[in-house]
Ligand binder design. Structure first.
Ligand SMILES: [Fe+2]
Length: 255
């Protein structure tokens, strides 16, 4: 069982580049909360995609990240920060943005964190999302679907999660949706994905001190109480460690 060494691969703790914190002080407060929650590695993933309203300059993101990393080394010396992006999955554009250096893979790896419209756009059906993600896996990147539990388009179509994983796609879930999210369907869907061992990574998807704090512990407690221990060890730590060190994470097609 992993305790107090969790890895969050999805967070908006970098100030001034998306709808996350507005100052470095707020970023550091969020890091303090994450540390208290047992997180020791955070991948910082600002939104990136002009189509959904975010196009931060790569230079600004890098500069703010270095400043935060420098300050975090002083205040939280055992906290490791890595850089990435949460990419809006605009077909035909998203890979070019990464390849041009306008957006970042996770921790310099081949893994990409990709999102669609939060509740599913009218044209972003479950079939569309599945196809777009599998296409990226065919392009020799390792695509990770951000907050996989949240897309309403998958209601009644959960078999497509399994199809995606079978097609080379990884799934990330948000810790707070396992235990704390007030929406019944989202919570049940998150638990279904984890219960079927289809999630490979976990994150806080933290945005601000006042909105969606970087909470992890209640979700991890739920997982250890209800899922296979070895699977949870990999979900909260081991798989992300492989990602950061450039190893390929095994794709399970679930139980
Ligand atoms: Fe996010």
């Amino acid at each position: 069982m992993i305790t107090d060494n969790y890895t969050c691969i999805h967070s908006h703790i970098l100030w001034g580049v998306d709808d996350g914190p507005s100052s470095i002080d707020e970023s550091l407060k969020m890091l303090g909360i994450a540390h208290h929650e047992g997180v020791r590695t955070m991948i910082v993933t600002p939104h990136n995609g002009a189509e959904n309203g975010y196009a931060p300059s790569a230079g600004r993101v890098r500069a703010n990240f270095s400043e935060l990393q420098g300050q975090a080394k002083i205040e939280f010396p055992d906290m490791r920060l890595c850089l990435g992006s949460e990419l809006y999955c605009a077909p035909g554009k998203v890979l070019e943005r990464v390849e041009r250096g306008q957006a970042f893979p996770l921790a310099g790896s081949k893994y990409l964190l990709l999102e669609f419209l939060e509740w599913g756009g009218k044209y972003e059906t479950a079939e569309y999302i599945t196809r777009a993600m599998v296409d990226i896996a065919r392009a020799k990147w390792f695509p990770i679907l951000a907050h996989a539990q949240r897309y309403r388009a998958f209601e009644g179509k959960q078999a497509l999660y399994r199809a995606m994983v079978g097609g080379g796609v990884y799934l990330q879930i948000n810790a707070y949706d396992l235990a704390d999210h007030p929406d019944g369907w989202v919570k049940e869907n998150t638990r279904w994905i984890a219960g079927n061992m289809l999630a490979h990574f976990i994150g806080t998807d933290a945005h601000r001190v006042s909105h969606r704090q970087p909470v992890m512990r209640s979700g991890v407690e739920y997982l250890y109480a209800h899922c296979d221990e070895e699977y949870v060890d990999a979900l909260v730590y081991g798989n992300a460690e492989k990602l950061i060190t450039g190893e390929q994470v095994p794709l399970s097609a679930g139980s």
